[in-house]
Design a protein around this ligand. Structure first.
Ligand SMILES: NC(=O)c1ccc[n+]([C@@H]2O[C@H](COP(=O)([O-])OP(=O)(O)OC[C@H]3O[C@@H](n4cnc5c(N)ncnc54)[C@H](O)[C@@H]3O)[C@@H](O)[C@H]2O)c1
Length: 290
């Protein structure tokens, strides 16, 4: 376990899933947490979890697609918590769809959040770290989808491959400032975002996915949070510009899901697509506020 006492971490999208798990883990390691989110209910939940470890939590309403909001979030982090030593560019969305009918809006939202949002977060964090003069640690959340794709995931994959490549370029410039930056490629992690893909525990999709995963289960936010804890701690001092896959081994072992509409998997997929669309409909007005 890394000792992050005295450090302050800015984590985007930390009101749910991997971001929330990371906030809790880094708080357990001793860091204070700035929660940059569009979903303030989720942010409040994370803040109380962080405070249970005796750490400070500050919430900033921040849409990562907005230059002004990301800059304000970084300013608020320093003003309220004293510094910005660690940044996790985690906020992201998934909008799967066919090339024949994907809307420009769905394409553009993914680019604005998954790609531009990571750029703006890294820029704002690195500017403060350079000004502080003590180096820093940045982790960007890419995906297994940077390496693998499918007929519905190509646009998401494009953004995640972009993140992995941006990190390599940024590592060269930030290294001399003592700032390490790395990317993580999670496989299927049990979060609301992955729900449309992987379904419920015990359901047909999850069962087949887990059977195809060498380590026999889906990932948990705490798995990814543990890797982030390593990357922002002293044991990763000599590590920068890397892309680290954490997927339970599914990349090369992925079974082909049988998805005919009438199959159990097809039926479950349809149900989860509906649930996912309902969640997207709740978040969309927040995404549109820039
Ligand atoms: N869950 C997986 O299987 C998986 C796999 C690979 C990569 N990822 C990546 O991990 C990251 C976290 O995903 P998750 O699975 O925890 O999803 P999630 O939907 O549970 O959490 C994402 C959070 O980001 C927030 N968010 C969305 N748009 C935002 C914006 N414009 N500005 C600020 N916050 C915003 C949401 O409100 C939400 O709280 C994403 O970048 C995702 O692409 C997830």
């Amino acid at each position: 376990m890394a000792d992050l006492s005295g450090k302050v971490a800015l984590i985007t999208g930390s009101g749910s899933g991997i971001g929330q798990g990371t906030a809790v883990r880094l708080a357990r390691d001793g860091a204070d947490i700035c929660i940059a989110e569009i979903d303030l209910d989720g942010a409040e939940e994370t803040a109380s979890m962080v405070r249970e470890f005796g750490r400070s939590a500050h919430i900033v309403r921040c849409n990562v697609a907005s230059l002004e909001q990301v800059q304000s979030a970084a300013d608020a982090c320093v003003a309220e918590l004293g510094s910005l030593d660690i940044a996790v560019a985690n906020a992201g969305i998934g909008r799967g769809g066919s090339v024949l009918d994907m809307t420009l809006k769905d394409w553009q939202d993914q680019i604005d959040i998954n790609l531009t949002g990571v750029f703006l977060t890294v820029q704002a964090a690195a500017q403060r770290m350079v000004a502080q003069g003590n180096g820093g640690r940045i982790v960007c959340i890419s995906s297994l989808a940077a390496l693998n794709t499918s007929q519905l995931m190509w646009s998401y994959s494009a953004t995640k491959a972009g993140v992995a490549m941006m990190v390599r370029g940024w590592a060269s410039e930030l290294g001399p400032h003592g700032i390490n930056i790395n990317a993580i490629g999670p496989g299927v992690i049990d979060t609301p975002l992955a729900h449309a893909l992987a379904g419920d525990e015990g359901g047909p999709i999850r069962t087949q996915l887990e059977a195809s995963t060498p380590l026999g289960r889906s990932g948990r936010p705490s798995d990814i949070a543990g890797l982030i804890s390593f990357l922002v701690g002293p044991d990763a001092d000599f590590m920068t510009g890397s892309y680290l896959l954490m997927d339970g081994g599914i990349r090369d072992a992925r079974g082909q899901l049988v998805e005919e509409p009438d199959s159990p998997i097809g039926q479950e997929r349809a149900l989860h697509m509906q649930a996912s669309q309902a969640r997207n409909a709740r978040l969309q007005p927040l995404i549109d506020q820039r």
